[in-house]
Ligand binder design. Structure first.
Ligand code: GLC
Ligand code: CA
Length: 564
């Protein structure tokens, strides 16, 4: 009886939950979340109903960028525990029916990785070509590129009188993917993890692994450095490399794979996540979380307007239809909290707007990702003082722009409060005891002050909580094929306040309507069905309000109705 025509897959039918281990749960009181802390809370995730866990990096790392700078891919960071702890966590997850995705960070390593320690010793060292080394140009850096975490992308190394490339911090030297030996090392390491029984990879900045070999200067936008994107993003060999990785590793196992590919056009996404499966299952694109250009780079305090959000999400939903698979997310460890950014985190509207945004996202086509605490409606930390920030990107940007007189201190703090990655990195709020039950010690980053009200224990005791709303959205996806496979069409495409769309599968139709504002808004969409629920043709699947007003959507109201 199924009307599904496209190829079905378990990873299309799954919901993924991202854990940022440093901030999830601390089991030994040192103030840092760890693997045993995760193991202790797996039942909570099983209760939420997710299928897959994506674990941000837990590998050995000097922590310049919280684990995204790896010094040993086959060992665990001491702060997080041991490989035995990892194995125990993986076994327990599997016994609860949860799959485990590893973060694969192979655009760069740490400068403390043994490969780089060797590489910098001499030009003749067998590891020299594992990284990208260049001579000075006119007595200066090889080109004008600016690194993502500030400064030049080039770091001078006295020993051999050359510069090495680092697109992120200087402790994150870029690997040289032109070198086949590097690629083989990466594939061997990936196979090792697959043999251990992990279930997939989230691939960090994977669109950046192939560099245009011209290394030409970039356009200067911030008055300081050139933009490397045209030479680094989707470089000439990126698809060749991923197809090779697919052949050497991915195709041998039944995995879920998602590539982080910032700033790419839809046409590239069609290649990365193509339906014939020669590269990855899906990608993270960031257009919908970068709608408001900052005064400089990402630094802004403006709320994304509905019109731009609808246009962007609709473009990705419709253009990839039948060609490639979407991922669905608002939050991750690099983004501010969705309820603070797109919704309303005031006491009055926090819950209802968090539920509205969850509905908007989870009823779309693609694989949804939930970032830890999102299911509680956790909010931005809104830290007021630079001392509270821990994130290398935030701290470096502050100095780069404030110390150089490009932004005032007051202005930069205002942006950090809205956009800094640390807004998502404050400890998970488990209960109302000291430090939100995250640690018995001193947390590595302050707990959000609102933990006494917003925490898992409270929400588990309240059937109307944001937690149970997410649980219900997850159940709907598992129960109704139309939520997974239905085709997306935008409705009311020019409405100033309502985001509405339908999903269509065979002769079934799902109508989703979300009020993006805190005002009541007239809405004609559900005029044709009986609000008493006696009409047999339509069936309300979920809403963030118990009762409705005829022809009206209440503040931040979301409603999903199935027409059979
Ligand atoms: C990705 C990660 C981010 C990290 C960067 C460098 O964007 O998500 O957290 O800082 O890559 O590895
Ligand atoms: Ca710990």
């Amino acid at each position: 009886m199924t009307a599904i025509t496209e190829k079905q897959a378990w990873w299309k039918e799954s919901i993924v939950y991202q854990i940022y281990p440093r901030s999830f749960a601390d089991s030994n009181g040192d103030g840092i979340g760890d693997i045993n802390g995760i193991t202790d809370h797996l039942e909570y995730l099983a209760k939420l109903g997710v299928d897959v866990i994506w674990l941000s990096p837990v590998y050995q790392s000097p922590n310049d960028d919280n684990g995204y700078d790896i010094s040993d891919y086959q060992d665990i960071m001491a702060d997080f525990g041991t490989m035995e702890d990892f194995d125990r966590m993986l076994d327990k997850a599997h016994s609860l029916g949860l799959k485990m995705v590893m973060d694969l960070v192979v655009n760069h390593t740490s400068d403390e990785h043994a490969w780089f320690v060797e590489s910098r010793k001499s030009k003749e060292n067998p590891y020299r070509d594992y990284y990208i080394w260049k001579d000075a140009k006119d007595g200066k850096e090889p080109n004008n590129w600016g690194a993502s975490f500030g400064g030049s992308t080039w770091e001078y190394d006295e020993t051999t009188d050359q510069y090495y490339l680092h697109c992120f911090s200087k402790k994150q030297p870029d690997l040289n993917w032109e070198n086949p030996v590097v690629r083989k090392e990466v594939y061997d390491m990936m196979n090792w993890w697959c043999e251990k029984g992990i279930d997939g990879f989230r691939m960090d900045v994977i669109s950046m692994i192939s560099k245009d070999q011209s290394y030409a200067d970039g356009i200067v936008r911030d008055g300081l450095y050139g933009d490397f994107s045209p030479y680094v993003s989707c470089g000439p060999r990126v698809h060749e490399f991923l197809q090779e990785m697919n052949k050497e590793v991915l195709s041998k196992y039944d995995l879920i794979t998602v590539g982080e590919t910032g700033n790419i056009p839809v046409s590239e996404a069609e290649l990365f996540a193509n339906q014939d499966g020669s590269e990855l299952n899906m990608i993270f694109q960031f257009e919908h979380v970068e709608l408001v250009p900052g005064k400089i780079g990402k630094w802004t305090d403006k709320k994304p307007p509905l019109e731009a959000l609808r246009k962007s999400l609709t473009k990705w939903q419709t253009t990839l239809e039948g060609k490639a698979w979407n991922s669905l997310f608002f939050d991750n460890h690099d983004q501010p909290r969705v309820v603070s950014r797109f919704g309303n985190d005031s006491e009055e509207y926090r819950e209802v707007s968090a539920k509205m945004l969850a509905t908007l996202l989870h009823m779309m086509k693609g694989t949804p990702y939930i970032y830890q605490g999102e299911e509680l409606g956790m909010t931005n930390a809104h830290f007021e003082s630079l001392e509270d920030y821990r994130d290398i990107e935030s701290i470096n940007a502050y100095h780069q722009y404030v110390d150089n007189g490009i932004l005032t201190a007051e202005e930069m703090i205002r942006y950090l409060k809205e956009i800094s990655r640390d807004n998502a990195r404050t400890p998970m709020q488990w209960n109302d005891s000291e430090n939100a039950g995250f640690t018995t010690g001193t947390p590595w980053i302050s707990v959000n002050e609102n933990y006494k009200e917003i925490n898992a224990e409270n929400e588990l005791a309240d059937p109307d909580s944001v937690f149970y709303y997410y649980q219900k959205l997850i159940k709907l996806r598992h129960e109704y094929p139309i939520v997974v496979y239905g085709i997306y069409n935008v409705l009311l495409p020019n409405h100033p306040n309502i985001y509405a769309y339908e999903r269509v599968l065979g002769n079934q139709k799902l109508v989703v309507a979300c009020n993006y504002t805190k005002e009541e808004v007239a809405c004609s969409l559900f005029a044709d069905y009986d609000l008493d629920g006696e009409d047999v043709v339509a069936n309300e699947l979920i809403s963030n309000y118990k009762d409705h007003k005829l022809g009206i959507l209440k503040p931040y109201e979301a409603r999903v109705v199935l027409y059979d």
